[in-house]
Design a protein. Structure first.
Length: 120
């Protein structure tokens, strides 16, 4: 849920919520506010907004993520960097792992949420 909110979702609900809680969340969303589960709010308040693992990425790796977010293909990335396509996939998987992610989508969401995709 936290990842969804950091990626731009306007609200999130717990699967345990009943009708009353869902109605409350919808009303809040229509008013431009959010109702989220307490444990998630506490977690967000106590956590560093930039995961430490993203700080371990090189400028080149951040560039790869920016290129992917902009719609570049792995094949195009490989051509630009001089790696084979297979090697580029391997290196990207390593980046995702460093970020604590298991997929490209998750890595791009985390990168976006932590500000890595915006040009500095």
């Amino acid at each position: 849920m936290r990842l969804c909110l950091s990626a731009g979702a306007r609200a999130c609900v717990s699967p345990d919520w009943g009708k009353d809680e869902l109605v409350l969340a919808i009303k809040a969303s229509l008013l431009g506010m959010a109702v989220i589960p307490s444990p998630l709010a506490q977690s967000m308040a106590c956590s560093n907004p930039t995961p430490a693992s993203t700080q371990d990425l090189s400028a080149g790796q951040v560039g790869w993520l920016r290129d992917l977010a902009a719609g570049s293909t792995v094949q195009a990335l490989a051509r630009r960097t001089g790696f084979s396509e297979r090697e580029m996939y391997r290196r990207l998987r390593e980046v995702y792992r460093t970020m604590g992610c298991s997929s490209r989508t998750e890595a791009l969401l985390r990168a976006s949420g932590s500000g890595l995709l915006s040009e500095s």
